[in-house]
Design a protein around this ligand. Structure first.
Ligand SMILES: Cc1ncc(COP(=O)(O)O)c(C=O)c1O
Length: 381
């Protein structure tokens, strides 16, 4: 009987035992030297993970949506216009957040399964002035990965602040803040960092910090980066009580990332994504996301004939693997499988074996072992 399940939804991702153990460390004082040291180390590691030397890192209690809100409120003033490059659900959310604070926003929307092309951004910038451009690196609903480096190239000589939502990418897919000229990378703990949900995380360039300083009061207090900056510089100071144990867990996660090596971590994500996709294709599944936009952190998978969404996901879960259903227009037609964070190769094999067992019990015809073999070929290369 299967009791423990492997969480392969597109976040939260599986939590490594070292991170789980660090959650059970004592709840020390939030201004103690222990926590102060760990937060400082985590902040320094965060900058390394996004290749940033000059910007300011922030880690506060919250979630990805809070980080989205913080990014917008600290860089865009009322009366200024920003542009969202949206390839799905979370680009639309950026627009909603902006609207709820009365900010003016235009949207370029790609079809679901694709991303906005750099040429479309270039054209839009020639038509209007934008104070910020916002892009979702990987949209978790569609599995599409946006060409952030190419967008950054288009934005090179533009004054707009360039904000990237890296909730489903940062720490798993390359984001080179200084070299590419990114101004805000926002993310959360529960995806490529492999930490339980509970943190809003940002790295903010000097240009974006300048923008915040040039603004007067902003419609935020907890979300005001200027209230957090002194704490990030010296975590023994108080602004609002941080989530001590979650920070200890995040600190452990950054240690794991640096031990693995950031570049090697990106390669592992790419290799595991390819292995899983080869296995799924071998078994007759196809992909919702178009080929050039496939993300290394999750797959959005269409069912072959004869496989229905609900029985598939419930049998897969009984066999130990939890995947998510489709969102919006894809509901019932696809499943979404996360492959990010600290997912190991042996966990991938366990998942693919469970997938084959699931297909067998649903009386689907396929060559037994062929999915696992297809993945093995990639992982043993
Ligand atoms: C790309 C992206 N942005 C933002 C969010 C929102 O993050 P949270 O659910 O932590 O608020 C998510 C959540 O899945 C996401 O995938």
């Amino acid at each position: 009987m299967q009791t423990e399940k492997l969480l392969m939804i597109p976040g939260p991702s599986p939590v490594h035992p070292r991170i789980l153990n660090s959650l059970s460390l004592p709840t020390v004082s939030h201004v103690s030297p222990e926590l102060s040291e760990e937060l400082k180390e985590a902040l320094a590691a965060l900058k390394k993970i996004v290749f940033c030397e000059r910007g300011e890192p922030f880690i506060v209690a919250g979630a990805g949506t809070l980080a989205m809100e913080m990014a917008l409120l600290n860089t865009i003033e009322k009366g200024e216009r920003f542009l969202v490059l949206s390839q799905g659900f979370f680009g639309q959310r950026m627009e909603l957040i902006g609207k709820s604070f009365g900010l003016d926003c235009d949207l370029i929307e790609s079809e679901w399964g694709k991303a906005v092309l750099p040429e479309e951004l270039e054209k839009k910038l020639s038509e209007k002035v934008y104070k910020a451009v916002v892009s979702t690196h990987v949209d978790t609903a569609t599995g599409a990965c946006a060409p952030e480096k190419d967008y950054a190239e288009v934005l090179k000589d533009n004054d707009a602040v360039f904000i990237i939502d890296g909730v489903c990418a940062t720490g798993g897919i390359e984001e080179r803040m200084d070299d590419w000229g990114l101004d805000v990378i926002l993310t959360a703990a529960q995806k490529c960092f492999g930490v339980p949900p509970g943190l809003a995380i940002l790295v903010v360039s000097e240009k974006a910090m300048e923008k915040r300083r040039s603004m007067n009061a902003i419609p935020a207090y907890y979300s005001d980066l200027l209230n957090w900056l002194p704490i990030m510089k010296d975590p023994s100071k108080y602004f609002s009580t941080p989530c001590v144990n979650e920070i200890r867990a995040f600190h452990e996660s950054t240690k794991i990332i640096l031990e693995e090596g950031v570049e090697r971590r990106f390669s592992r994500h790419a290799q595991i994504a390819l292995a899983i996709r080869r296995a799924l294709a071998e078994l007759g599944f196809s992909f919702f996301t178009e080929e050039p936009f496939l993300a290394d952190t999750l797959s959005v998978v269409r069912y072959p004939d004869g496989i229905e969404d609900k029985p598939f996901r419930s049998t897969f879960s009984n066999n130990g693997i939890v995947v998510a259903g489709g969102l919006g227009e894809t509901a019932g037609k696809v499943f979404r499988m996360g492959h990010m964070g600290n997912l190991s190769v042996s966990q991938v094999f366990f998942a693919l074996d469970a997938l084959e067992r699931t297909l067998s019990s649903l009386n689907y015809k396929f060559e037994e072992g062929s999915g696992v073999q297809a993945a093995k070929k990639v992982l043993e290369e």
